[in-house]
Design a protein around this ligand. Sequence first.
Ligand SMILES: Cc1ncc(COP(=O)(O)O)c(C=O)c1O
Ligand SMILES: [Zn+2]
Length: 412
Amino acid sequence: MTAFRFRCTECAREYPEERGRLVCAACAALQEPGGATRGVLEVELDALPLAWPPSRPSDPDFLAAFLPFEDPAALARLEVGGTPLLPVPGLRESLGLPRLWVKDDTRNPSGSTKDRASLLVVAKAREYGLGTVATASTGNAAAALAAVGAAAAVETIVFVPASAPEAKLIQVLCCGAEVVVVEGSYDEAFELCRTACETFGWYNRNTALNPFTIEGKKTAALEIAAAMSPEAPDVVLVPTGDGAILAGVAKGFLDLQRAGLLARPPRLVAVQPEGSAALVTAFRAGANEVTPHRGAASVADSLTVESPRNALLCLRRIRESGGGAVAVSDDAILEAIPALARLTGVFAEPAGAAALAGLHAALREGLVGRDERIVLLVTGSGLKDIPAAGQAVRLPRAIPPTLEAVRGRLAL
Ligand SMILES: Cc1ncc(COP(=O)(O)O)c(C=O)c1O
Ligand SMILES: [Zn+2]
């Protein structure tokens, strides 16, 4: 087993591995109801590899070297991660950015980056002998937990706001999870899930509470760095809601730096919708705490959160990396869906396409240089939210089945 401890990201207290431990007991005493999680724990591996393992990062022996597992067989038999880092020539040319890549995380089994976190949490639940895992989710974490739980024969329960897109709920139901639809916001679903887990003894996968979510999401960074090696990214744009994906990506690059495999972690730029921009506002104000964005709303439902749960760690990681934070309009997000698909073939849900919208904003604001090695983390598949993508295109009317009509239709 790659031995590890939990380390509090606020007070640096350390804890040995303990079945079901979520946060730092000391910092949790400061927890405000509904606020950012206090005392988020990270996994601190005792030993990191001194050289790139000979395999691809998605291979079990690569993961075993970088993740807190002795036996990768504990992981569900699903092809999570190992997604391509695409050089995207069409988008490079169109934007005048010769060193741009898309990390296509739409190609995870349930269609989003969240599979990475669920893979680890479910494996740990099995290791701990906890038969039921629950999560609150805007939709994708639920789908990821349901899919991984199905593959690992672990019972799953998800708490989602009534606003979650139907397609995501159907996906979750098909994977056999118990779905609890909460009359209220994601934030309310989060609190309900937390209380239910404490009451009924389920393992809580809630983002920014379960330390293995960060550890799972870090695999995206390991893969990006491994694919680019011996070069390294200068900047990575990360669609952000609670800030857990960004914190996970940061953890991956920091582990690689600790291992001596990466000279300098890239700058991280958080991208949030204008309608759900609590982290961007706090970052710009130089604040460490966030003020909730009351009534948060966006076409990017996956990024819509009033009170980002991983705010403290996310803000710190952005600052440490020398990165930034940008807010983008819903119109810009919707435009980015067909723009990304046309120029790269990658069809993203609004949250995923927000990475491209954020790149435009970051260029305008001088956060990203044109000659830099830039990576867009495209976090979710467009197939998850067809109605949103439908707002960005117009369906053609049917024509009669004649060549003449084809000429007319295509102006030939
Ligand atoms: C597709 C997608 N992108 C980005 C995010 C944002 O991740 P986080 O809430 O960890 O910031 C989510 C979260 O649900 C998501 O589903
Ligand atoms: Zn602490």
